[in-house]
Design a protein around this ligand. Structure first.
Ligand SMILES: [Zn+2]
Length: 401
């Protein structure tokens, strides 16, 4: 298929037609099979109840193809009568073999396994690493209350919480979303990761950032969106869009705001007791109520403003710990950065207990439990490979640095 065909297909999709991009040599039936397979994967993960009533079928939007591979997004649109919601979306990777389509949704073990075989043209090496680290959520590792994320606007600036914790479908569980507005209206990434858009309609879309530490965040109702290409790296504070009342994939909005949602892996994560930007958020008696708390100060929806203190830090007494396991050696080298190419700045004795401030992916090391690219940053600002630390998990135990 040529680039022009893909463009035409995407343009057709952009006006709401259910269009599947045929692969080179694929039959129409094969393309239909892809849509069917993606739909089945989405419903298997989220359940048929995710579909709006009456049913609106998931959009299937391929963005990259290479040979028998397709990468794209799938989004379940909402009806206009659906209150203050955001659509549910997932990124998908699909591969066609003689047996038919294999479809995997992002942040699942199946996605990681399939991604390992995918050509770079459909999924870059960097994206593969991000999604592999992101699998933590799907692997059942408990979520850290400190998300390691800021709030979705400029650090040091105060915004209103227009709506406290609520569900993607208003009162539906979990309450994984909060509505914010204020300041100059510029919505910024809550943390480092990779940005993706789905359901691009006119000047809006549903924007998702897949963070490096196992969380994802989504941003809805925005206009003047970032022009960064899908899969681009973003940092804490990278511009994503401006608050608005846009409804690219349905729902409703009364007053410009951003509907900010938290996911762990690709699963909606309740914000109850979770910390962003130095504030811990709590549910109220019903959707849109609740409050944010910091050092004994509570801010309620529409009453007082919330200052974004940035990704913040965990109090030292709450740092996750690990035990140094030097194998047959007596100590492990500490480095000035997350890789063997960084200088040795000290050692940690075998059996020592270390406190982990935050984590990062870096140089791959052959450790006690096989190869790992996970590095732990210590309270001394030195780094140690996770391959020589027993934390009880192969996944990060502290927020992303
Ligand atoms: Zn909302």
């Amino acid at each position: 298929m040529s680039r022009a065909v893909l463009k035409a297909a995407l343009a057709a999709a952009a006006i709401g037609l259910a269009v599947i991009v045929p692969l080179p040599g694929a039959t129409a039936a094969g393309a239909a099979d892809l849509a069917t397979s993606v739909r089945a994967a989405m419903l298997a993960q989220h359940g048929p109840a995710t579909l709006s009533t009456p049913v609106r079928e998931p959009l299937v939007e391929p963005t990259r193809t290479a040979g028998s591979w397709v990468f794209g997004s799938t989004t379940i649109p909402l009806w206009a009568t659906d209150e203050h919601q955001a659509p549910t979306m997932a990124l998908f990777l699909a591969h066609r073999s003689r047996d038919g389509w294999r479809v995997e949704l992002d942040s699942t073990p199946g996605f990681t396994a399939l991604a390992a075989k995918a050509p770079a043209a459909v999924l870059s090496e960097g994206e593969k690493r991000t999604f592999a680290s992101h699998q933590a959520g799907a692997a059942g590792v408990s979520a850290l209350a400190d998300t390691g994320l800021g709030l979705p606007w400029a650090q040091g600036v105060s915004w209103w919480m227009g709506g406290g914790p609520h569900g993607n479908s208003g009162s539906s569980r979990p309450f994984n979303s909060i509505d914010f507005n204020g300041g100059n209206g510029q919505v910024l990434s809550a943390g480092p990761g990779r940005v993706y858009k789905s359901c691009i309609r006119g000047r809006s879309a549903l924007v998702k950032v897949v963070h490096d530490n196992g969380y994802s965040t989504t941003y809805y109702h925005m206009l003047n969106l970032t022009t960064l290409a899908d899969g681009s790296r973003v940092s804490t504070g990278t511009y994503l869009g401006t608050i608005g009342n846009e409804l690219p994939c349905g729902g409703s909005s009364s007053g410009a705001h951003v509907h900010f949602s938290l996911l762990r892996g690709n699963t909606e994560q309740s914000v109850q007791g979770m910390k962003f930007g130095g504030w811990t958020f709590y549910e109220g008696g019903s959707a849109y109520q609740g409050y944010a708390e910091r050092n004994g100060t509570r801010v309620y929806p529409g009453n007082g403003r919330i200052t974004n203190y940035g990704p913040g830090s965990t109090p030292p007494s709450e740092y996750p710990t690990g035990t140094v396991d030097a194998g047959s050696n007596t100590s492990v080298n500490l480095r000035s950065g997350p890789g063997l190419n960084y200088g040795v700045v000290g050692t940690a004795a075998d059996g020592a207990t270390i406190s982990i401030v935050c984590t990062a992916r870096g140089g791959t090391v052959q450790g006690n439990w096989g190869a790992t690219d996970l590095w732990n940053k210590l309270t001394t600002n030195n780094w140690i490979s996770d391959g020589f630390v027993d934390t009880g998990s192969n996944e990060p135990v502290a927020p992303a640095c």
